[in-house]
Design a protein around this ligand. Structure first.
Ligand SMILES: [Zn+2]
Length: 209
């Protein structure tokens, strides 16, 4: 079962459930349509994705590999209206989004977490703010521009992130926690410090209830 709630005043919606498999399989096609190096922008079936992921990683470990999800409304609508054969998990999520009238917003951002673990949630909310708040995004980008972040970008690529979302992931990881897969460089630490100094007050103001 999903619970869907709005975060702060912006059209950012948080879907959460205790069921990790439900979460991952509900978000999989939206997330991968949005940013997969292989399936970005494409319409695909669960079987196609499963086959590819298994070839890449040796087994279909998707549910254990990913615990937080973030997608703009475009990806949500695409899968909801144009992808065929919705899974049981996708149907459960779309039903809840309809019931909470999320689709009334022309442009929105959807994040998904398992439970409400604060560190995962903060990372995902930062994606939502980057998408829905001009002020937040401009401030983040002005800090990002002052660093090369070559090593961080290389690590993001290895983790499977498409180049088009590197800036967004850089700010979300720096505002939240570094992944256990990452090795943290001196530049990354300096970047995090400066970014948080600039963005923390904006984050607090935009997420206040
Ligand atoms: Zn992220």
């Amino acid at each position: 079962m999903f619970i869907v709630e709005q975060v702060g005043m912006l059209p950012i919606f948080h879907a959460h459930t205790k069921d990790r498999e439900l979460l991952a399989l509900a978000f999989l096609r939206m997330q991968e349509h949005y940013e997969s190096p292989r399936f970005r922008g494409k319409v695909f079936t669960h079987q196609e994705y499963r086959r590819w992921y298994t070839e890449e990683r040796g087994s279909f470990s998707y549910v254990n590999d990913w615990s937080g999800f973030n997608v703009p409304s475009l990806a949500v609508r695409k899968v909801c209206y144009e992808f065929l054969n919705h899974s049981r998990q996708e149907k459960a999520l779309f039903r809840e989004l309809c019931e909470t009238e999320v689709f009334r917003h022309q442009r929105f951002y959807l994040i998904g977490t398992c439970g409400t673990h604060p560190e995962t949630l903060r990372h995902e909310i930062c994606h939502g703010l980057y998408f829905t708040s001009r002020h937040y995004k401009d401030t983040a980008r002005s800090v990002i521009k002052r660093y090369s972040l070559d090593e961080l970008r290389r690590q993001l690529s290895t983790m499977g992130y498409h180049q088009s979302v590197h800036d967004d992931e850089a700010q979300a990881y720096a505002m939240g926690y570094w992944s256990s897969d990452m090795s943290v460089t001196r530049e990354m630490r300096a970047f995090r410090k400066e970014l948080r100094r600039e963005l923390n007050p904006i984050y607090a103001a935009l997420t206040a209830r």
